[in-house]
Design a protein around this ligand. Structure first.
Ligand code: BEZ
Ligand code: FE
Length: 291
């Protein structure tokens, strides 16, 4: 019989791992570290039983509002900086490879497949500023990559993604483009504006508990993919946007900030953004992962 005390409870629980069934080395590694950190946290803050119950009720409320449109736990992970941390741990950037950042909850599969240069805008807003986005996708040696798929999506000038706004057309401001033989992509869209992440319910409770605001800087989302290369999930940020220095989900990287310049007379848009991507060959990323 073990007499559980504040001093030995962590070791007692860790010693029980795998007692009633095999667990893998990774499961043991994760659970051992989790228990050490979790118990350490409880001791650090002298967590009271009523606070433990409050936390359980909070998690129960978060679970109750999850559905196919809202994944509250990812949102909570974003607010805590955990999604961006796991993303960086999963996708270490090497050499000239482009940086990634969080996917976020607003991606929709199978966006409209559009020809190079086409516009993703279906629903217009009085205050919209149109943008011509273009650039090259290259490999680490600088060679252009043809046939790269770029899924792009953004919020509308009212700060809402189309799937959260009944007044926008289905798949408004979403599109799928492919690079040409020079590795060049181009599309027309609108300037993305800062918006609040969903901050009602438990995400809002957590933000208020932390004394944080819910705002994200204006950004265009990208998923850049092609067989043989590591898929890049990323965002391009407007260098003139508010909240670049205090993003509510900590996803801004210096290398992902681009200037939205006034467009020249050769373009029919208000603004012009140039942004190049460098993809890592899959064999190179697999070799690194195996090291
Ligand atoms: C987004 O960029 O769409 C996003 C990312 C994390 C949380 C909420 C929104
Ligand atoms: Fe977003």
């Amino acid at each position: 019989m073990s007499n559980v005390t504040i001093e030995n409870v962590t070791d007692v629980v860790i010693a029980s791992l795998g007692e009633n069934g095999d667990i893998s080395g990774r499961q043991r590694e994760i659970m051992t570290a989790l228990l050490r950190h979790l118990h350490g946290f409880c001791k650090d803050v002298n967590l009271q039983h009523s606070e433990f119950i409050d936390a359980c009720m909070f998690l129960a409320r978060a679970g109750a509002i999850c559905d196919d449109k809202r994944q509250e736990f990812i949102l909570l992970g974003d607010i805590l900086g955990v999604e961006v941390l796991c993303d960086m741990l999963s996708n270490p950037v090497e050499g000239s490879e482009s940086e990634g950042t969080v996917l976020g909850p607003f991606y929709r599969e199978n966006p409209p497949v559009l020809p190079k240069g086409a516009s993703t805008v279906q629903t217009h807003f009085d205050n919209e500023e149109t943008v011509y986005f273009e650039g090259y996708v290259r490999d680490a040696s600088g060679a252009p990559i043809e046939g790269v798929t770029l899924d792009v999506w953004e919020d509308a000038p009212n700060g809402l993604y189309e799937n959260h706004d009944h007044n926008q057309a289905d798949f408004n401001l979403r599109g799928r483009f492919v690079t040409d033989e020079n590795g060049h992509y181009a599309f027309r869209a609108v300037r993305p504006v800062p918006y609040p992440i969903p901050d009602n319910e438990t995400a809002g409770e957590l933000l208020r508990y932390m004394g944080h605001h819910p705002m994200r800087p204006g950004h265009m989302h990208f998923i850049v993919s092609r067989d043989g290369f590591r898929t890049l999930v990323s965002q391009i940020y407007d260098s003139s946007s508010a909240y670049l220095d205090n993003d509510s989900v900590f996803a801004v990287k210096d290398s992902l900030v681009a200037d939205f310049n006034k467009a020249g007379p050769d373009l029919d848009t208000d603004l012009h953004v140039k942004f190049d991507f460098v993809l890592k060959a899959e064999s190179a990323s697999k070799a690194v992962a195996a090291e």
